[in-house]
Write a new protein. Sequence first.
Length: 280
Amino acid sequence: MTSQVDDDELTAPKDPEADARMTIWEHLDEFRKRVIKAALGMLVGTVGCWIYKEKLLHLLALPYRKVWYEHFPDMKFEMQGLAPADAFSNYLQLAMTGGIVIGAPIIFYQLWAFISPGLYSREKKYIVPFVLFSTTLFLSGVAFAYYVAFPFTFNYFFTLNGKVDGDADMLLISRPTMEHYLDFATRMLLAFGFVFELPLFITFMAIAGIVTPKQLVKFSRWAILGSFILGAVVTPGPEVTSQIAVSGALCLLYFMSVGISFFVAPKPRAEDAAEDPEKK
C-alpha cells in the first residue's frame, strides 16, 4: 500500500497550491520585476529602431506611397508636420512601435515567467514553445497587416478621393500628416499582431479546462460569423477580396486553435466520463 501511494505521488503533477504561497506584495514585486525586464527589452529595440528611424519611415510609408502614385501619378507624395516637434515625437512613436515588435520574444517570456508559478509542472515545460509560438503569431499578424490589410485599405480610401460629384473644379486629396499616418499604421500593425494571438489564448483556455475541443467545434459557426463581421469592419468598402482575405485569416486562426486544443486539453478521467456520457 505504501509503495503504491509513493508511486502515485511521484507520477502525479505537482499542484501549484502545494507550493509556498506568495503574499500580494510579493506578487506585486514579482510583477514589477517582470515589467522592468520587458521594458528593458523594448527599450533596446527602441534605441535600435531610432538609429534607423528614417529607413523605417520609408518602409512603413511604402504601401501608401504605392497607392498614391497609382491614383495621382503627377503629384509628389509628402507627409506634413503641423508643429515644430512633430518630427521628433512621431519618430519616437515609430521607434517605440518597432521596439515592441523587436522585443516581442522578451515580453512574452516575461509574461510566461510571471504566470508560471501558478501552473502545474507539466504545464511549465511549455515555456519554449510558448515564446516561439506567441512571437511567430505576433510577427505573422504584423506581416499580414503590412502586406495584405494595408494595400486593400489604402486602395479603398483613395477611391474616395478625386473629383467630387464629377466636378473638375472640386478635387478631394487626402494629404496625410506624419502624425495621423503613423497613428493609423502603427495601430493597425499592433492590432493585427495581437489578434493573431487568438490560437494561443484559446490554447491556454483549453489547457486550463475552461473550454473543451467539442465546445470549440460547436462554437465554430459563431466564430466564422464574427470573423466576417470583423473583416468587414477592418476592411471597409465594396472590395470583397480584402474582406475575404482578412476574414479567412481569422477563420484559419480559429480552426488552428481548435486543432491544437485536441492535443493540449486535459483528458477526462474515467469516473468523470462515467458520470457524464457527453465526455466520452
